[in-house]
Design a protein around this ligand. Structure first.
Ligand SMILES: [Zn+2]
Length: 479
């Protein structure tokens, strides 16, 4: 494991208070342009370097800034000379961002060859929804469409439920929830989540591992949790991050991944955590769960107690993250999560050789308050909640990265589901409420007394003391 970067943590916080300095776009407003904006890789030695850049109006482009390494910054055309004047070592990696966006738009407006893979290029909201419907139609025995409710602007937040319900294990099946696009501009994450769905559906019949996971677990996949922001990135501002909440003062958007109701609104060391200012890219909103999008996912989880794992998919930076985001204190499950994260990275690495850094959000990226991962871990009894930062090299990776990225994280995501199944076998969850408690024991005894044939656990056609002892044994083994 890496050591923490305490100075850096402080550093991120301050520039996290600032936004991308792009005008807020209203519906119908002209498309936001990035003419002459450079992406510059700058070597950051310490906190003072970050302050220096901040003071001349240069913002980080990625989701992280690491100490003693080169980091991406977005440099407006009139700020480049000021950067050069600082004398900080730097290298321009993109000389002009706008042609990249233009090329992407031209490419995406062209019809896609009929026989091409769906994962050949990025897909807008309606294309993703259509593909979800297609998968559901392809395997109605495995897939159902789910609707979590509407966003601020009234768009449905849709997803898929994938499991083979014909395989009834006689107990609760634990579920993993994958969500992406809390941050609108992270397009590759949509493709990543959809690839998992696609893989499960198309390989169920021929792949024993896929069949095992789909029989023993439920996959909930919500590829576009922030549909308003996503549409905005396709129509107005390619690098929009937040939802589309109109804020007092005329700015737009709440950072959904600062809006969850666990340790919400904390000003962490150095001002990190999020921002109380609407114009900031990390604005945490007017209160915990002030936003319909976080409310919808929260309510879905509260009504689905079988959800025992979670992965909130972001880009970019090649990381596997877990709690805490709000505190440097290791979580109770830190050793176990570390082993799982290590194995996930090994499986990623085995595919295309990429290495993902793994560890707690606080130390691997920066302090974050009100994150989804912390809410899942902190309020849902320590479930296996994780988060990816996928590969880049920026928020608009060329389409050739889509499949490579999806291929490498797929085995890691499946391993996370496997680890969940191992943790939550529910062997003594007699009332199938996805928890083990004394009620299960009492219910079993009541059914046993009523001569319920399901209680014949040592199957010999008789209900006797052996069955009772068997249940007590299972109950004592259960977590
Ligand atoms: Zn993100």
């Amino acid at each position: 494991m890496r050591e923490s970067w305490p100075v850096l943590i402080l550093a991120i916080s301050l520039f996290a208070l600032r936004s991308f300095a792009q005008p807020d776009a209203r519906p119908g407003e002209p498309v936001v342009r990035y003419d002459g904006y450079r992406v510059v890789s700058v070597v950051i030695r310490d906190f003072r370097d970050v302050r220096t850049l901040e003071s001349i109006g240069i913002e980080p482009f990625g989701c992280e800034v690491r100490h003693d390494q080169a980091n991406d910054f977005l440099v407006p055309p009139d700020r480049f000379d000021a950067l050069v004047a600082t004398g900080m070592p730097h290298m321009v990696t993109i000389h002009d961002l706008q042609p990249l966006i233009d090329a992407e738009r031209v490419r995406l407006s062209a019809p896609i060859a009929r026989d091409a893979s769906w994962f050949q290029d990025y897909k807008n909201l309606s294309a993703v929804e259509a593909y979800m419907a297609e998968l559901a139609a392809l395997r109605p025995d495995l897939v159902t469409q789910i609707d979590l409710g509407v966003s601020l602007e009234g768009r449905p937040i849709k997803g898929l439920r994938i499991s083979n319900d014909a395989v009834d294990l006689g107990r609760c099946k634990p579920a993993i929830l994958l969500n992406s696009i809390q941050h609108a501009r992270e397009w590759i994450t949509v493709m990543n989540a959809m690839f998992v769905a696609d893989h499960l559906v198309r390989n169920y019949d021929d792949d024993a591992y896929v069949r095992y996971l789909t029989d023993h677990a439920v996959f909930y996949i919500v590829p576009i949790m922030n549909p308003d922001g996503y549409v905005h990135t396709w129509t107005v501002n390619r690098f929009w991050r937040k939802n589309r909440r109109p804020n007092p003062g005329g700015s737009f958007g709440v950072d959904l991944n600062r809006n969850w109701g666990y340790q919400w609104g904390l000003s962490l060391p150095g001002g990190a955590g999020g921002s109380p200012f609407g114009s900031s890219d990390v604005y945490w909103g007017t209160g915990p769960f002030s936003e319909p999008e976080t409310q919808r996912v929260r309510d879905f989880v509260l009504t689905h107690p079988e959800i025992k794992a979670h992965n909130d998919i972001h880009s970019y930076g090649q990381m596997i993250l877990w709690s805490w985001g709000w505190s440097p204190t290791p979580i109770f499950n830190a050793p176990e999560w570390h082993d799982i994260g290590q194995e996930m990275n090994a499986r990623i690495n085995a595919v295309h050789g990429k290495t993902y850094t793994y560890g707690p959000i606080y130390t691997v990226i920066y302090p974050v308050s009100g994150s989804s991962v912390d809410w899942f871990y902190g309020t849902r009894s320590g479930i296996l909640s994780m988060s990816y930062e996928l590969r880049g090299p920026n928020f608009a990776p060329p389409p050739s990265e889509i499949l490579l990225c999806a291929q490498e994280t797929l085995p890691a995501t499946l391993f996370q589901a496997e680890a969940m199944i191992d943790r939550y076998r529910f062997i003594a969850d007699w009332n199938r409420d996805c928890s083990h408690d004394i009620v299960d024991l009492l219910d079993f005894i009541a059914d046993f007394d009523a001569l319920d044939p399901r209680c014949d656990l040592v199957p010999d056609g008789d209900l006797d003391i052996l069955d009772l002892l068997e249940f007590i044994q299972l109950f004592s083994e259960a977590r």
